[in-house]
Structures are given as C-alpha cells and as structure tokens.
Design a protein around this ligand. Sequence first.
Ligand SMILES: Nc1ncnc2c1ncn2[C@@H]1O[C@H](COP(=O)(O)OP(=O)(O)O)[C@@H](O)[C@H]1O
Ligand SMILES: [Mg+2]
Length: 252
Amino acid sequence: MSDLAIRTRDLKKTFDDKEYVLRGIDLEIPKNSITFVIGYSGTGKSVLIKHFLGLLKPTSGTLEILGQNVNEISETDLVEFRKKFGVLFQGAALFDDMTALENVLFPLNEHRRDLSLNKRKEIAAARLKLVGLDEKDFQKLPAQLSGGMQKRVGLARALALDPEILLYDEPTTGLDPIITEMVDNLISSTHKRRGDLTSIIVSHDISAAFRLADYIAMLDKGKVLLFGKPEEFFESDIDLVKRFISKGIYKK
Ligand SMILES: Nc1ncnc2c1ncn2[C@@H]1O[C@H](COP(=O)(O)OP(=O)(O)O)[C@@H](O)[C@H]1O
Ligand SMILES: [Mg+2]
C-alpha cells in the first residue's frame, strides 16, 4: 500500500485547448500530513483540488488518490469515492433552514441509510462535539450562530462521513484575525484528534502555513514552484518564495 494520500504526475489542465491552467503538476502528499497549498491568486490552486475530488478531469497526466488512479474510476464509483473526502470551502455553506445538527445529519441521511436514524443522530452529535460546539447550540439555525460557530458546523459536516482526506479551500479568507486563529486551531486540533486524517489546506495565509504545516506546496502559474517542509521555504533562494514569505500574510 502506498503511504501517499495524493500523487500527481505531469498533471495538465486546459479549459480552452489554448492556455494551460495546470502546466504539469508533480506532487506527492503523504498520508496523515497537514499540507498547505499556497500561491498567488489565479495560479490554479482551486482547479487542482477540484481534480482531487474528481470534479474536474485532467487534460493529461495521472492522478492517484490513496493508491487509486482516479481516471480509471467509473462515474458510478466516483460517488462512493468522493466519500473519502470532507470538504470545507471559504463560506461554511450551511443550509439556512436546517439546525446545526440537521446540517451535519444531512450527509449521513444521504449516504448512511444502513444506520438507524438514532445512530445517525448520535454520529452527527459526536462530530459537533469534536469541533467544540456546545450542546445548547445543536438546535440553532445558522443565522443564530456566530461566524466562528458556523465554521465549526461546516467542519463537523465535512467530517460526518469519516473522510480520509479533508480539503479546505481558503478556510480563513475574509475572516477577522480572531476567527482566523480559531479556525486555524480547529484545523490543527481536528487533525490531531482524528489521528489518521490527511489535511490539505489551500490558503494564502503564509503565517498559518508555517505554524501548522508538515509540508507546503507553492504553486506558481500552474506548476509546483517548491514542495517541502516549512524550513525549506525559509531557506529557499527562489525569489518568488522569498517575496511570498516576506509579505507575511499575503493580501490581495
Ligand atoms: N471552469 C473554468 N473554466 C475556465 N477557466 C477556469 C475555470 N476554473 C478556473 N479557471 C481559470 O483557471 C485559473 C486558476 O484558477 P484557480 O484555480 O481558481 O486559482 P486560485 O489559485 O486562485 O485558486 C484562473 O485563471 C481561472 O480563471
Ligand atoms: Mg482558489
């Protein structure tokens, strides 16, 4: 068995057959690691993680997830395959008219009908507890929760089906510093508590990357500019890496 969560070889993507958004990505992300994917806006970070989820198909190159070649998975099996992933995007994207508990119950109702409703509710409650939501808030609607609490619910929902890989796309972009720190800590504590989770965080928050990452991949114009441990980024002579680091937290 491979000890890699994700392995890409010369992964390329063009949407119009002219300009390539991904220009040959070679990446190996070890299982159970926290990996930050950083880089300036428009360099292909989101496009890359959409490939991980099977939402986009590569124009060429290979992509293996947990040892499986994604190109060889049929459309029907892809539904099952996606359950390996939990996803948290920039907004928490909760259902407005469902309580916190119902939001987390939703994927369980979709995919785990083999379990009794009581069991599903039990799991949903356990996930909310895992991310530190108070029991008194379980029956609240998203609008009754603070932004930080909504993020917790979103994360609990991403964890509902016990994913092997958790993908975050810009989880703290647009949040104030206090909530940013809370979400960063939540990413870290969730990772530790689960023990066998691979966490991949797309971010341009370089300071969070240095604080939390086992590995950092910096993309530039559809290529991996540098992949390595945070120390390797500090020591790098690559001009763009230096500039990115010196900005601290990159602002658009
Ligand atoms: N579905 C799409 N069709 C055409 N172009 C796209 C599509 N999705 C992304 N792009 C382009 O790909 C480039 C990289 O986008 P993206 O991966 O979202 O960047 P970022 O690194 O900021 O996440 C951008 O120029 C964007 O306009
Ligand atoms: Mg993006």
